[in-house]
Design a protein around this ligand. Structure first.
Ligand SMILES: NC(=O)c1ccc[n+]([C@@H]2O[C@H](COP(=O)([O-])OP(=O)(O)OC[C@H]3O[C@@H](n4cnc5c(N)ncnc54)[C@H](O)[C@@H]3O)[C@@H](O)[C@H]2O)c1
Length: 356
């Protein structure tokens, strides 16, 4: 494709954490027109920068992918060159409380989008079909919990163990089927835990920072020894763009940062950064409190990222310590942002997902 030609990108879930970083990144690149389709859920950004983007290369459609008639209309109206499907309910604890909602939202939502694409695909020219890509954002959680020293890769068996990861695995399978059965050019990237500025304060990193800044107990599940591979959100975005640019359609790619850390280490790192910056009378570490473990808590996520490194020459570039500091600094400077998000979501950071 002529690199000067404007590429029309339909992003679903573009008002969420990763989506907002992606929209910003694409608009900085100049040769993209971005169409953001989002239902504006509790974790979405609805009233700040995103809706104020006056760029004529940005357009927002409020639509729930569950509305199959509307999503088909939107896809036909835009005729995108590229779709990046980020839309999903994403918090494991909420999936424990509302499994049916997660299955409907994440599985049927993806099905409706794929069906809209299938309808469009066969009405389009060969030239358009050859350049079209459907990218689906997956998660390392589809592989389930890794044993000590075990690393999952693209050939590992799916073994999801929470309603969230099961809904994500199911949506991956749908995408894979639309490639094999209907020849829709798809790509899947299964990524590890993201962190960065402006993530709704319910998951480990933003919640711990929020709790600390408000002098509340910082909850660690179980013994705090669960291990995740933490990737800075900008590295994830670079990987998505690299896979779209050079990935082989029909394939999936594992995206991680080779940055395995226990929850204990993460929260202690956050406290150290806060102690250094805010110089409290008593260390923030004293707020750490061990609480009941998450039911079915996956102990360890670990990915081998050889394929994306070797085949696509992508690798993570953002150093963990600096990126975590930048993230903590962002939350210190944007406490009102957190407050307004929590009020709108009607959430006061209480414990979720205890299955009681
Ligand atoms: N955050 C991570 O650590 C991580 C890691 C790996 C993969 N992922 C995947 O990346 C994607 C984005 O994650 P995130 O962290 O930005 O999530 P998020 O919860 O911050 O945002 C998700 C966005 O999707 C929208 N959405 C949800 N269901 C929708 C529907 N039915 N129709 C329209 N919009 C809908 C929400 O309104 C929200 O704006 C998800 O698919 C997630 O599974 C996230």
């Amino acid at each position: 494709m002529n690199s000067n030609k404007i590429k029309k990108v339909l992003i679903t879930g573009g008002s969420g954490f990763i989506g907002r970083h992606l929209v910003k990144d694409l608009l900085n690149k100049k040769n993209y027109k971005v169409f953001n389709v989002d239902k504006n859920g509790y974790a979405s950004e609805i009233n700040s920068q995103l809706n104020k983007i006056k760029d004529e290369r940005y357009e927002f459609f409020q639509c729930d992918l569950i509305d199959k008639v509307r999503i088909k209309e939107i896809v036909f109206e835009i005729i995108p060159d590229l779709i990046i499907n980020l839309a999903a309910e994403t918090h494991v604890d909420r999936s424990i409380d509302k499994p049916e909602f997660f299955v409907i939202n994440n599985v049927i939502g993806t099905l409706n989008l794929l069906e809209a694409v299938r309808n469009l695909y066969y009405k389009m020219s060969n030239e358009w079909q050859e350049k079209f890509i459907f990218y689906h954002a997956g998660t390392d959680e589809v592989y389930g919990s890794a044993l000590e020293n075990e690393y999952f890769n693209e050939n590992s068996k799916y073994n999801p163990r929470s309603p969230y990861s099961t809904s994500k695995a199911s949506s991956n399978f749908l995408v894979q089927s639309w490639f094999h059965t209907y020849k829709i050019p798809t790509l899947i990237g299964n990524c590890s835990n993201n962190f960065g500025p402006a993530q709704f304060p319910e998951k480990l990193i933003p919640l711990s920072i929020y709790k600390a800044l408000n002098n509340q107990r910082i909850p660690l599940y179980g013994n705090g020894e669960a291990i995740r591979d933490w990737i800075y959100v900008k590295d994830h975005i670079n990987a998505i763009l690299k896979i779209i640019e050079s990935g082989k359609t029909g394939e999936s790619y594992c995206i991680g940062a080779n940055n395995l850390r226990t929850n204990n280490q993460i929260v202690k790192n956050i406290c150290e950064i806060l102690d250094k910056k805010l110089n409290p009378r008593i260390s923030y570490r004293n707020l750490i409190s061990y609480v009941d473990d998450r039911p079915g808590h996956d102990k360890r996520y670990a990915l081998e990222i050889t394929k994306v490194k070797k085949d696509l020459e992508w690798e993570p570039i953002y150093p963990f310590k600096e990126s975590l500091k930048l993230t903590v600094d962002w939350y210190i400077d944007n406490q009102l942002w957190c407050e307004s998000k929590l009020i709108r979501a009607n959430y006061n950071c209480e414990r979720l997902g205890l299955n009681k």
